[in-house]
Structures are given as C-alpha cells and as structure tokens.
Design a binder for this molecule. Sequence first.
Ligand code: TEU
Ligand code: CA
Length: 551
Amino acid sequence: MQKTWWKESVVYQIYPRSFNDSNGDGIGDINGIINKLDYIKSLGIDVIWLCPVYESPNDDNGYDISNYRAIMKEFGTMTEFDTLLMEIHKRGLKLVMDLVANHTSDEHYWFQEARKSKENPYHDYYIWKSGKNGNPPNNWKAFFGGSVWQYNSNTDEYYMHFFSKKQPDLNWENPKVRQEIYDIIKFWFEKGVDGFRMDVISLISKQLDFPDADTDNYVEVINKYYANGPKIHKYLKEMNATVLSKYDIMTVGEGPGINLENGLQYVDASENELNMIFHFDHMFIDAGPGGKYDTIPIDLMKFKNIFNQWDKKLKNKGWGSIFLGNHDFSRIVSRFGNDSIYRTESAKLLATLLLSLRGTVYIYQGEEIGMTNVAFSSIEDYNDIETLNAYNEGKKQGKNMDDVMKNIHMQSRDNARTPMHWDSGSNASFTSGKPWIKMNPNYTKINVENQLNYEGSILSYYKRMIQFRKENPVLVYGDYECIDLLNQYTYAYRRWDESTEFLIIHNFSDNKLLWETSIKTENYTLVKSNIDKSNQLFELLPWQSKILKKQ
Ligand code: TEU
Ligand code: CA
C-alpha cells in the first residue's frame, strides 16, 4: 500500500457551534477554535475536519448553505477564517472543510432565482417535476420526514429535497451546476485548505424517472432508489480530474447507501475518485425495523463482522475510515461502551480500538474526555431537526410518548451537539453567555481541565494511544485479521507487518473473563492496556483492552 500523509493522520472533528464561544453570544465560533488549537495539537492530532462554517440560515445547522464563499456571521468573518487556517498550518496541522454539494439552502441566490419562473437561468440548477393529479410526483420520503417534494406556486411544479424543505437538491445533470461546485472547491483549495469531507455524496446522481418506492423499509428505499445513482462515478471522476487531482489534499465522501457491494468503487485507487468514505454499516447497527429511533441492542459479533468485511473489501485497493461517532450520532461511550460504572475504562477501550484498526482515524470532539449522552426531559430542550421530526412523527402515529423520549435520549443527534466541556466553571467555560443548546449537566465532573494533568484520565490515555500509533506504523499499514469472530464478549485481532506483530484484545463486557484461545501466552508480552493492574495475559477485567506484542 502506497504511503501517504492522510493515511497516517488522526483527524479531529469540530462541530463549530458547540466547540468554544469567544464572544459570549452562546454560539461557538472561529476565534473560539483558534484559542483551542494548542489543545488540539497537544492531543497529537494531524488534521482538523471542520463541519460547515459557511453562511447559512441554520435550518440544519450549516448543512443548508446560502453562500459557499462566505462565513456564517455567527461564526466570524473571512479574515478570521484566514487567521484560523494560518494558525492551523503554523502548528503543522491541516484543515479539512465540509462540502455540502447535494443541496443548498432555499435561501441561496441560485434557488431564490430558480423558483421564480421556468425561464429563469437558474431554474435548471434544481430538480423540478410536475405533480400527479394534485399530488407530489412520487411517494419518496425525506430523511427529515414528509415528502421529498415541495410545491412551488410560481412555476406550478414541485422541487425535490432529500432533507428538509429548506434544503433543495441540486441538479447535477446540469453541467453548469457541476462547474459551480468545482469552482467552489477550487476557491477553498486556493486558500490553502487541505481537503474536503463530502456530505451525502452518494446521493448526488438521481434516478431521473423517479419511480415510486415499492417498500417502506428505509434502508431498502435508500439503497434501491436514493443512493448510488447512475452517474455518481462519472461525476466523481470528473470532479477528480477537474479539481481534486490538482492539489495535495484528502477527500472523504459521506453517505447513506454506501455499502460493501458498492463502496470500493468510490475509493479504489485505480478509479481516481475519492480517497476515503464514511459508510454507516456499524452506525445503524442498533436501528430496529422502524429505523434509527427504534433502538435495538448492539450485537458485538455483527459489529466485528462489519469491520472485518470492510477491511477485507478495501485491502490493497482502497483505504478505510475508522470512526464510531460524529455530530449525527450519540456519544460513543454511551452507545458502544458503558457510560455509568465503566465510563473511564470503556472510553479508553474505544480509544484503543479506534487507534489500532487499519484506516484513517476520526475522533469527534469530546470523545477524548469521555463525554456522554444527555437526556433532556422536555422535547423543548432539543434543537435538532431530525430529533424534532422523530418526536412529531411518533405523536402522529399515536406511539407511547415515553418510549419515543427514551429513544430520543439514546439516539438524538443533540447528544453529540451539547457544547464541549472545558472546565467545571459556569457552562463548562464553553461560553460566558447562555449556550445555544443546554449543557450536559455532568460537565462539573467530566471536563478537560480535570483530566489534563492526570495520568489516569481518558484524555491522557488518548494522547498516549495516539503517540503509540505514531510510533508503530504497523497499526496504520499492517495487515489485520480478526481471530475471535464468534465470541460475543470480546473483539480480538492481529496487526502485523514484516517486523512486528501485535495481538489486540478488547473485553466489551461488564464481567471479568478469560479469553479463550489456543494461542500460547509465552510468545507474547503486554505492551499496553487501558487498565493498569497486573493479571494473567489472557485474563480481562471488565472493559479491559490489551495490546500484546509477539516475541
Ligand atoms: O448526514 C447524512 C445522513 O445521511 C444523515 O441523515 C444521517 O443518516 C443521520 O443524520 C443519522 O442520524 C449529513 C450530515 O452529516 C448531517 O448533519 C446533515 O443533516 C445531512 O447530511 C444533510 O446535509
Ligand atoms: Ca460566539
């Protein structure tokens, strides 16, 4: 596998609204990020991925962009952005931005024009269809509820929106639209930005006959009708040839419907499309038949299997992304760990896992201190459009609202969006004003300051584990093989190259256990664990991770 900086990088994802507020308006901002760059650098991070900071009416917190070449006023100015980029580079870090190219805001100039008349030069920038007997053109449902079609009286047509009605989908069939997007990408690369995470890139090419979906199953509908449209790879190759290939940058494409059958093509080095993708196979592992807000327990065997199959699929051809959380899902320690009695242990286990698998590692803000889910008792305290929609749909369907709230507590995107905990002062020193969304009240206990100078903290462990990965390139490039596929409590794998071999074992349970194996202990020595307590080599305390080295 060819060696490249982005394969070796550890990426830190910032959700700017919730990271650090510098001026007391309760909203995180660019100057706030600048103030924390030394902190990020001290973790051992290489790349910052910044969620959208462009001008936006914030119907979906910046994923609805009204101007791609301007900074959201609440976040700061373009001059401040330029300073941010300079300060990032000064520290030897890189900056990856978020590109939202499947849709714009309905307040974008293009859409404001497009909706005026069929003759308007921007009309064809979006996707328009006539209704069917006074109804929408087909039965497709939007990710945030309701139809994907919204009526526009000026033209007596419907426009298409996969997300909220304030996020009209762009018409990628139109070469002018594609050129606009390439120009935007170029604009940011010319500024010196080091790459893009591409929002729902799997959705940009549409099935132009817009057939009615013949099933209600959400995942099936996405795979069959919404994602991986007929021209997706043509567009990505064109984008790559036109602009991506001209710069030393990294790209990671995100999207629903990217799966084991179609994922490789996006990232196969010989295809010249993207460097990496985020698939969601493990992120929807606890989604029941009713979707994400119909939670079922996580099955560790299934979890391991997903990581195995993807590693095998991409091996020697493409490159993977290793992540467990982001701004769209709940907190990793609450979801994959145990956030009550074993919060510290399980957060460290997840750090060990993230930083010892093959692929580029993505850490979401707050994971490094073991931030947890929040459970607001009132729906009034939630802000996220997806959460509010799940609530309203539940109500409409006459569901038991206590159950609906329970699922929201587990799955709401706001779990990851409560502000970062810097210290135990008022509002965790995220802001001197009133935060845009309530804080998680546990900030008095869980915060950066508490963990900074304490060896045993989750934060210190992240630093050591990142360092350990850097010192052992076998953890980046080495081969991977899972060796306990059928064990429902542990996850064990080998990582090896010509000179080094590690055996890594994680106990994903609340019980002490002896890892069953025919491997001889005398061939191994313990080099790292998330729990400092001497026990037998293959004995694991609850949520213990062990990294063993072969002699
Ligand atoms: O998310 C894409 C996406 O598929 C989401 O609907 C995801 O499945 C869901 O949030 C899981 O709960 C991206 C962004 O990451 C998200 O924040 C945006 O809302 C969305 O695109 C629209 O731009
Ligand atoms: Ca602010």
